[in-house]
Design a protein around this ligand. Structure first.
Ligand code: GLA
Length: 406
């Protein structure tokens, strides 16, 4: 018998308790406060953020929580219990050793974000920090566990140092600092979608982010009015965004953009034709270059139409655009793995797509509320037949962005 496995998430009170306990057991004192930041799901608009495109993510109700205390010491001491782990990992690092390339492990997201925010002049704190982290955001699932780490740590360090809530301007500066940490400290050339979703998310709302204008608009996202749920299937085929695959996709887009003398691909007229001409002159693979550029151009257009469909409450159109998006990520951008495709095929004609960077991770599907269990079973069965890892599931509704929880 097939019984789907569900990802457990805890409420704020349980996260505070777990982070505080971890803090006490490692540092022997109470933290000064606890902050949380969510993972995110991107509903549509993938691999367009670094090209000035449009994305529609929302913040998950799965959070990372960090308990923090200023230590007065010249180092950061960070302990972290990843989801499903029983042993905490710990890193102690002198403040002055944090910077580009160091540490380039999970701890780089944490102390790297604090470092980048100090560098940007948005956090004023020269002393060491003790931090204990617990998380419900699955790692390597395309649900932005890294942004949740960065944003909880950076917001916590900022609000602790200032003694007050972060202003809008400070949140915006933290977005940039967290992106910088990811790019320069950990070496993942990601684009900024995740950090915005984690810092700007709101309960019940999705975000329409236009990376060209910099505008982020909060829009109601309530599927239950349509009797639908958003089912996340984590394939548990882990992905890493600093292993060169992500960078190779982004590299093509950045090169074409630079060759067209533009700041973003979005600004380039006739981008596909110009990419073809460039690839030919440079001796690059013309077909591959055109496919990559075509995805970015079409995905941005598709996401703009998806935003209109949401506004018009047209979920039939929205579902179709999701499927088109998946097919483009599969056929043009080539970031869909067999495990992701297995989920997409198993859900039939429903609105469904891979979410996030791809190369592993999760697929989201619009499912009638009463069919959630049955669809999860079908996805599990398909994975079992192909001898893929067993997927795990979550029904996602939009939750709050990064905030102090104790
Ligand atoms: C990852 C990156 C984001 C974005 C997505 C794809 O999540 O961190 O910046 O590029 O992939 O949309």
């Amino acid at each position: 018998m097939i019984v789907p496995r569900w990802i457990q998430t805890r409420d704020d009170a349980a996260m505070v308790k777990a982070a505080t306990q971890l803090f006490r057991s490692h540092f022997g004192e109470d933290p000064e406060g606890v902050w949380a930041a969510p993972g995110r799901v991107n509903v549509i608009g993938d691999h367009v953020d670094y090209a000035g495109g449009i994305s529609i993510p929302f913040a998950l109700k799965a959070n990372t929580a960090v308990a923090i205390r200023r230590s007065g010491a010249p180092n950061y001491r960070v302990v972290s219990l990843a989801p499903g782990e029983t042993e905490a990992a710990r890193v102690d690092i002198p403040i002055n050793e944090v910077g580009p390339g160091n540490p380039n492990s999970w701890a780089g997201y944490v102390v790297g974000a604090v470092w980048a925010a100090i560098e940007a002049g948005v956090i004023h704190c020269a002393e060491g920090l003790d931090m204990a982290i617990v998380s419900d955001v699955p790692v390597g699932s395309g649900l932005s566990s890294s942004a949740a780490l960065e944003c909880s740590a950076a917001l916590g360090a900022l609000e602790l140092a200032s003694g007050r809530k972060a202003t809008d301007a400070e949140r915006s500066a933290l977005v940039d600092a967290c992106i910088r940490a990811e790019n320069e400290v950990v070496g993942a050339s990601t684009g900024g979608l995740d950090q915005r979703a984690s810092l700007y998310g709101e309960e019940g709302k999705a975000l329409v982010i236009d990376f060209q204008s910099g505008n982020t608009e909060l829009v109601p996202f309530d599927l239950s009015g349509h009797g639908l749920a958003l089912l996340i299937a984590d394939t548990n085929a882990p992905h890493a965004l600093n292993d060169g695959q992500y960078a190779s996709r982004r590299g093509v887009i950045d090169e074409v953009t630079a060759a067209c003398d533009a700041n973003t691909l979005r600004e380039v007229d006739n981008a596909v034709a110009r990419a073809a001409a460039w690839a030919k002159t440079e001796g690059k693979d013309v077909e591959v270059t055109c496919k990559r550029v075509k995805h970015v151009v079409e995905e941005t257009d598709r996401t703009a139409r998806a935003a209109q469909a949401l506004q018009a409450d047209d979920l039939v159109l929205f579902a179709k655009l999701m499927r088109d998006s998946h097919e483009s990520l599969r056929d043009q951008y080539e970031v869909v793995t067999p495990e992701l495709e297995s989920v997409f095929q198993a859900v039939g004609e429903r609105g469904s797509r891979m979410t996030g960077g791809g190369f592993g991770g999760s697929v989201i599907t619009l499912v009638a509320e009463e069919e959630v269990e049955q669809v999860a079973e079908a996805i599990t069965k398909a994975a079992e037949e192909k001898e893929f890892p067993e997927p795990t599931f979550m029904v996602a509704t939009p939750g709050a962005g990064a905030r102090r929880i104790a």
